[in-house]
Design a protein around this ligand. Structure first.
Ligand SMILES: Nc1ncnc2c1ncn2[C@@H]1O[C@H](COP(=O)(O)OP(=O)(O)OP(=O)(O)O)[C@@H](O)[C@H]1O
Length: 339
């Protein structure tokens, strides 16, 4: 059974004179405890998808055109229904940890402020006057004790000293470990990690990815990891969904994905990984503008296998969507009957 189901989600952003149709019929399913990699080039809509699930898209410009997001059976596009889940059952690890911490306050104070409202020991429900809400002493003590445990879990040394520091006094890797700790503290079922290692150097990237994998296993929490790097996804994910220009094109468990990549875009992406002799080859053509996206399969202008139908109607899912699904009329390898 799915923990999170994104079904045929289409949405975009209205500008002064144009409309960016960013997500076009996106499907994604994440099971309890599963690590799902959402992989795609810059601008393909990974962050937009993450923000849609978290319910933090800009209200004034976002237009939902169809589809839905269901988390534990709750409609996440309905602000009333999903408010209690955000930041508690679903939490977030950002791309840039520095911009998520206030430079003027000590780290410990910021985390305890978060715990005041997001602690799993706090009763769910709206707070009328958050500034004046009390933080009962017993709960505060329990939350602080749990914070110390979690800081140990994310391998941050001397947590007492660390909590007294300001954000600029700790390294980028330590800040990202803090972000992961903050995402774990509410005891969520799903963590959305949006390119969590982009701002870090390569050795620290590997440590952070390894940490996420271990914590997901130990805590039984599912992770949606957005990344442009298939290598990172390979390191820690159970399954991968590939996106291209706002469309999901292929999804499969990790072994199946690398053994039988079926969509021409996935194959092009794999072929563009650096080879053993160090050579790299790109994908010919450019990613389309989402204000004027091509009809049908959005990859067709760059696809050698494209035919007339690819240019008009987006293909449905071929194969078993629970095992290995591909949205292509001419997959590189056949996957069985259309769903
Ligand atoms: N609030 C917004 N208003 C208008 N356009 C937006 C908005 N947010 C995102 N976009 C556009 O949506 C497209 C997808 O952006 P998004 O950040 O989701 O991609 P991404 O795959 O996460 O890219 P990256 O890996 O570079 O973060 C881009 O063309 C971006 O300019």
């Amino acid at each position: 059974m799915s923990l999170l189901s994104v079904t045929d989600l289409s949405l975009g952003f209205a500008g002064d004179r144009s409309f960016a149709h960013v997500l076009d019929g996106v499907n994604l399913s994440i099971g309890p405890g599963q690590i799902m990699g959402v992989v795609g080039e810059s601008g393909c809509g990974k962050t937009t998808l993450a923000r849609a699930i978290l319910g933090v898209l800009p209200a004034h410009s976002t237009r939902i055109r169809g589809g839905g997001i269901s988390f534990r059976g709750v409609d996440m596009l309905s602000p009333g229904a999903s408010a209690d889940l955000r930041g508690r059952a679903v939490t977030f690890v950002p791309q840039d940890p520095f911009s998520s911490l206030n430079p003027l306050f000590r780290i410990g104070d910021q985390i305890m402020d978060l715990m005041k409202f997001k602690s799993p020991r706090r009763k769910a429900g709206p707070v009328r006057f958050p500034l004046f809400a009390p933080y009962p002493r017993r709960r505060r003590k329990a939350d602080r004790a749990r914070l110390m445990e979690v800081l140990e879990q994310v391998q941050l040394p001397q947590p007492d000293r660390l909590l007294k520091k300001f954000p600029h006094e700790v390294s980028g890797g330590q800040r990202q470990r803090l972000m992961i700790a903050m995402a774990l503290l509410p005891e969520p079922d799903l963590i959305i990690a949006d390119e969590p290692t982009t701002a870090l150097d390569v050795t620290i990237q590997a440590q952070i990815l390894g940490l996420l994998r271990r914590l997901a296993n130990d805590n039984g929490v599912a992770v949606m990891l957005t990344t442009h790097d298939l290598g990172s996804a390979y390191e820690i994910c159970d399954a991968i969904t590939v996106m291209y220009a706002g469309q999901d094109v292929e999804a499969a468990p990790i072994d199946e994905f690398f053994a039988r990549p079926a969509h021409p875009y996935t194959n092009a992406l794999l072929a563009s990984l650096p080879s053993e002799d160090g050579s790299v080859s790109g994908i010919p053509g450019t990613v389309p503008s989402l204000t004027d996206a091509p009809a049908g399969c959005r990859f067709h202008p760059r696809c050698e296998r494209a035919t007339a139908e690819c240019r008009t109607v987006r293909p449905g899912v071929t194969g078993d969507p629970d095992r290995h699904g591909v949205r292509c009329y001419h997959p590189v390898q056949p996957l069985g009957a259309a769903a």
